[in-house]
Design a protein around this ligand. Sequence first.
Ligand code: BGC
Length: 243
Amino acid sequence: MEILGIDVGGTGIKSNVVNLSTGALVAEKFKIKTPEPANPAAIIECLKACVDNFGWQGKKIGIGFPSVIKNGISLTASNIDAEFINYNIDAEFSAALGCDVKVVNDADAAGIAEMTYGKGKDVQGLVIFITLGTGIGSALFYNGQLLGNTEFGHLKYKKSVFEKYASNYAREFHHLSWKKWAKELDVYLNHLNLILSPDLILIGGGVSKHFDLYKQYLNVPVKVDIASLLNDAGIVGAAMAAK
Ligand code: BGC
């Protein structure tokens, strides 16, 4: 079975058709920039462009979205427009695209893919999957079961929240060296370890591919590894969620 998966991020929107038996991407990835402002009307235009690109009219679509999603409603908006707060996202997107659309939190989507096809496969106990991108997304699993919408990027830190210091965006925005940025990441991972005592922490998002440049600065008393699906996990997991 194949489903179109779309990963809506604070910076870019990525999509592809996913083979759900293997988790493989079927076609060439289609990427566009996240519009500004990223309000519902503008995002819907981008989603239509994804649908057109793959000729996916009328067929089921799964979307990972940077917001807490409960019962088909988006409840928060840190890196997208505030119009998405309390927005009937499943119903509105389905109506706009003329098909059945299921939206889930983007980090939860990526985590589901990594737990099924990647390094989280068959791992028992507590796994924290985090994505380091424009913000910090999190997905928590116990014996492979997702506990959704955890939003661990929004744990309080200094004068704000951890994602303002340890996301990849924070590294780029403040022109931090890998070492300086990794020190913040290290504080963050140790904080997660302190409050949750996980068995494994998996790092996803674009910056995971540069792990060799900063892993030597991390000193966390728990196994930390990079996700094997790297930046495609969000697309794969979004498609899986729709199934
Ligand atoms: C949002 C999360 C999202 C993460 C990564 C955060 O700012 O609150 O819902 O998972 O960014 O996109």
